[in-house]
Design a protein around this ligand. Sequence first.
Ligand code: COA
Length: 173
Amino acid sequence: MLKPARSAAPPRRAASARRPALPDSPVTVRPVRRADLDHVIALDARVTGIEKRAYWQSVYRRYGVPAPAQRQFLVAEADGRVLGFIIGEVRDWEFGAVPCGWVFGIDVNPEARQAGIGTRLLEALCAGFRRAGVTKVRTMLARDNNLVLSFFRSQGMMTGPFIPLEMDLDDTE
Ligand SMILES: CC(C)(COP(=O)(O)OP(=O)(O)OC[C@H]1O[C@@H](n2cnc3c(N)ncnc32)[C@H](O)[C@@H]1OP(=O)(O)O)[C@@H](O)C(=O)NCCC(=O)NCCS
């Protein structure tokens, strides 16, 4: 279970003290708007090296406003700049599990990292999951992605009871 709002953690340094590129204005976490989409696409392209406009447009149609309570697409914004985003959904009975929240994607602008924005995004997502009535959150990440693993571990997430399986599909019928 996620740590409740990291209240027991030592106080964080002010964002501007850690990363001068961060705006001084307060960071707001809110549902995505259509006008954010270009920023989200650019941020994802910067982090992953691939621009996926059609994919993000379809994510916006599925998770963007007006979003059902089960689906969330949130951004962190300051001074009109999108500094990060998170996407998640409550999935019912998948893999035989009781309904739980899934985190599908998270990205924070490299200039705005290590200032608590990822934590704020995940906390907001989990608050939405709680409102939707679930008590567990899950995610999946690449085995060698130590950065994302460190982040989720810092939030209290641990290895769960499921394992991923896969195989290559050949092209013969
Ligand atoms: C993972 C990520 C979301 C973290 O965002 P962030 O805003 O920097 O996170 P926070 O500042 O809230 O950090 C929370 C904790 O995560 C851990 N953490 C964050 N960055 C870290 C780093 N570079 N090294 C080790 N631990 C780190 C720390 O424990 C940190 O707590 P601390 O600041 O008290 O030490 C961000 O680094 C990111 O977007 N990475 C790329 C994500 C990605 O690959 N997405 C594509 C697949 S979904």
